[in-house]
Design a protein around this ligand. Sequence first.
Ligand SMILES: [Cu+2]
Length: 727
Amino acid sequence: MASFRKLLLVLILLVTQAAQSRADIVEQYLTISRGKFSFAGESIEALTVNGSIPAPTLRFEEGDTVRIHVKNELDEDSSIHWHGLLLPNNMDGVPNMTYPPILPGKTFTYEFTLKQAGTYWYHSHTRLQEQRGLYGAFVIEPKDKSEIDLHPDQVLVLSDWTNESPDTVLHTLKRGSEYYSLKKQSAQSILGAASVGMLRDYYTRELSRMPPMDISDVYYDAFLINGQRTSTASVVGDGPVRLRIINGSASTIFYTQFAGGPMEVVSADGQAVEPFKIDRLLIGVAETYDVLVKPRSGESLEFRATPHDNSGKASLWLGLGDQRACPDLPWPNLYESMHGFSWGSLFAVTPWGAMGMSDSSMSMEHDMHGPHHAMMQKQSSPEGGSTWLGLLSNDVSAHKSLSRRSSKSRPEPPYEKLIAKHRTKFSPEKIVRELRLTLDGDMERYVWMINNKTMSESDSILIRKDEVVRFVMTNRTMMYHPMHLHGHFFRVLNKHGDYSPLKHTVVVAPMSTTVIEFEADVEGDWFFHCHLLYHMMSGMAQMVHYDGFTPASNIDQSKLRHDDFYYMGNVSGLSNMTDGEITLSSARNIFALEWELGWQSVEDYEWEFTPTYDYYINRLWSVFIGGDFDGDNDGFDVEHGVVGFRYLLPLNIESRHWLDSELNYQINLKKTLELTPELHLYGDLEYDTDADWEIRSGFTYQVSRDFALKGLWHSYYKWGAGIQFSF
Ligand SMILES: [Cu+2]
């Protein structure tokens, strides 16, 4: 009898325990499929999770074990990545890095335990799918609630929407089209500079061969908060409301503001910080901030998200009653140059030299080339003997030109204000691996790089478990890059030292240095990339690899290194001639065919075509081999092999030099003057020791994304006019 009772007890215990462990697992079912949405007029086939954009908000509690079944009902592969979550590598959701992609019709089941609380999000990590709607909020309630956690909350997923297909957007960027900045009124021009009295800055920049300040790349048809351009939310009670703001956009940095007074920031990237008040908060792509705002009864107060290029807005009205709107964001000054003129920039032979970033600040590059040469050091003196200290003087808050550019109305990200609630400093006993990473890019070719290499070219960043890894990131471009590390929180080193905040994404401002460090505590292959979707897809990405880690055998990581080719070109049909160019281009390899064919003021037809293959070194240099063929309707006059180089001269004059197989030298100089954003004047001068001068000069007037009016004078074919088509 006693033994029976014992058995019963054991049985009861087993059953209740099983029930308990079942209760600890929270299940969710997500289905990725297509659906029609019309956020900006046109009805567009978008990508949805459970039929909605944004994807449904997932809410869990810290400590939960979640089991999320993701079914892919698309006819292409897909994936879901949990942004900012600490989880095992195989649950991170990066296709071909941490798991195989979710194939059409298949389901992948994620299972992991939530070790953290706060505001996070999730999105597809497959190609450009995120732009089409695959993003949503992931909220984790803390186990031990503080006072802040008792306030009612409202999730705000900010996003950007284009009626164009995202592939078309990337292609338009790749071909160097200025159409998007033209549409956003952010294109620079000579008359534009003159109208604000900044002609001198404009020419200083041109002289130094710096690219124009790029505020953002893409033109968007709409900006959304929770899938709405404008919407109203009712308010419960009269206390503060916690807004969980998530920048889930593909490539838009937002200024956010509340019409009812300053917002009180209480956490950044899900991690609690010492509360502080701010009027206007700049939120980088993929960052999250929690803020407290105070609604007022009888009033409807606007929460507004404005893209930092000012090309639109999205609003959520909090409360019912009289509407009170936010003030408009002032326009940025496009022409303010980042640096004064220096003679050195004229003779610099690297793009960063031309940008006035002295080589001395880059001197570590040689020591730091590969992961194997990383600097190892004991963190003996408190951040003392480190090499990044000098570089930090270049940082957002300290940089002279940036602080000039940053103003109260257009503030920089609030990183200097972020103070962690707890000490975040790592044990001084830990080995520190310090890596210098430069963020590089070429806006015209739309190639973005880390340490001057695209994802397809570079080796992984090699680290070891248990060490502290420090990234010293120097942005050598004119754009903001929100850099994101998967699977870890990193400290963003600021003036608060031991209390530097923990984040998963940090915006590195143009021409400045940001230092982050993290503890290597979860083995795996982790993605580290710019969260501007089109930058990531154009090379600004890298894999952080733990020494000794082997990914599962069903993952084909070679697919990550794929170097995509893009075709592009233009063709003109004019009354006196036709000319054009077709290019097939990857990160470094450029195959091009240029031609011209004229019939006016010459006997019959004359033609020339030059096929070339260029190896791209950087924004200033490329070397090429090719051929030069010309003739008339009787046949070939010239058939030459050529070898040469292209070099960008001060004032952004493009020069091309070649030596042909008969040892004739040819030089070609090209210059475009952007008179207005639409109206460009251009000149093209060619001299060959074996031939006459060839000169052409004219104008283009952009009328749409793909078409321009064109008129020119050519030294052989004289005056002509017609249209130019770009593709
Ligand atoms: Cu970027």
